[in-house]
Design a protein around this ligand. Structure first.
Ligand code: SF4
Length: 353
């Protein structure tokens, strides 16, 4: 019989599970604290649960862990890329990005990805499977341990968590939803919703669903094109989810002023980086509550794609700034260890060209 994975359950599921075993519902809160607040990985350590309950639980449930396979430190900027093996042998990567006092954990939500973005190394793997909520949350647990060991923060806490690693988070909505609940619960990991960002390639319908959660997190949208034609060329997902529909959905999101949507724009030489592209982008997004993050293409995607010069990136930024758009250029961190945006491949060979 397949065992119930305790750390994949949100509070409601845990309560349902323990009551089905004849235990009192408050046992679920005790277990939740052990599993997530105290990061306990053994039922034996859950000292306030009766021994017979622990024995019963051990027979039909388990606590899932992921195994750190390797850790690579960037000599350039102290980023750390971590390779994990999952219980079925699949692999994922996560990254710690440090910038002054900011220590960001970038986590994965799928093994591979089915979105096929041309500028992304994960796309070349194709889709293998969704991560469970336990596998998503475990990455944070492990990254905290690495943060502590490297003394990036005194208690090993990350300052920010971004769902920007391998996979499309909104394509694994239910498990991402549960992982968010666990990460934000005061009895769980206790991270503020202001510190968590979910990034999407623009799955129409699911962005609204993300905003309808009780505590909406920050939303980042990987835009990368000023029009449907270019977007379709570099992001096949745009065939199914048309740019216009995506923009219409963004317009309707109940965005808190402090929490503007982050639009990510990977600049690719000769594809989407011209002055005309910048001007077209201005008219596309001018009325949206957004800030823009420009990212110079990092190699790893389609071999034909090249990064623009740094000057071209600055020129593109100038056009947006001149039109009163808040725009930042994202530091390319971890690129020397293939841990930057669009470079995660977890050692898989290409299955798609
Ligand atoms: S950029 Fe994100 S959505 Fe696109 S293929 Fe890569 S992992 Fe998937």
């Amino acid at each position: 019989m397949k065992k119930i994975v305790l750390n994949s359950c949100d509070k409601e599921e845990l309560a349902e599970f323990v009551t089905s075993l004849g235990e009192k519902p408050y046992r679920a809160s005790q277990m939740f604290k052990w599993l997530h607040g105290k990061r306990c990985r053994s039922l034996d350590e859950m000292s306030d649960l009766p021994k017979d309950a622990r024995q019963k639980l051990a027979e039909i449930s388990e606590i899932l862990t992921i195994t750190k396979q390797s850790e690579v430190l960037s000599p350039k900027d102290d980023s750390i890329k971590v390779l994990f093996t999952l219980s079925d042998g699949e692999r994922i990567e996560s990254v710690i990005l440090t910038d002054g006092k900011r220590v960001t954990g970038c986590i994965s939500t799928q093994v591979g990805c089915r979105m096929g973005c041309k500028f992304c190394a994960t796309a070349k793997i194709g889709f293998r499977r969704n991560l469970s909520s336990a596998e998503i949350v475990e990455q944070v647990n492990m990254l905290e341990q690495i943060t502590l060991a490297n003394k990036f923060t005194t208690e090993g806490r990350l300052t920010n968590i971004v769902f920007m690693g391998m996979g499309e988070p909104l394509d694994n909505f239910e498990n991402v939803r549960k992982s968010l609940l666990i990460l934000m619960d005061d009895n769980g990991y206790g991270y503020s919703h202001r510190r968590i960002t979910v990034s999407t390639a623009g799955i129409v319908g699911k962005m609204t669903k993300l905003f309808s959660l009780d505590t909406p997190v920050n939303l980042a949208v990987s835009l990368n094109a000023p029009n449907q034609e270019i977007r379709k060329e570099i992001m096949p997902v745009a065939v199914k989810y048309h740019l216009k529909d995506m923009i219409d959905e963004l317009k309707c999101l109940p965005v808190d002023r402090r929490k503007k949507i982050m639009l990510e724009y990977v600049l690719i030489k000769g594809v989407n980086d011209s002055r005309e592209n910048a001007l077209e982008l201005v008219s596309l997004i001018k009325k949206l509550p957004v800030k823009i993050n420009l990212i110079r293409y990092n190699s790893g995607g389609d071999i034909a794609l090249k990064p623009p010069s740094e000057q071209d990136v600055l020129d593109f930024q100038k056009v947006l700034t001149a039109n009163s758009l808040p725009v930042f250029i994202r530091k390319s961190m971890g690129s020397d260890i293939s841990g930057a945006c669009g470079q995660l491949a977890a050692g898989y060979k290409e299955t798609l060209i």
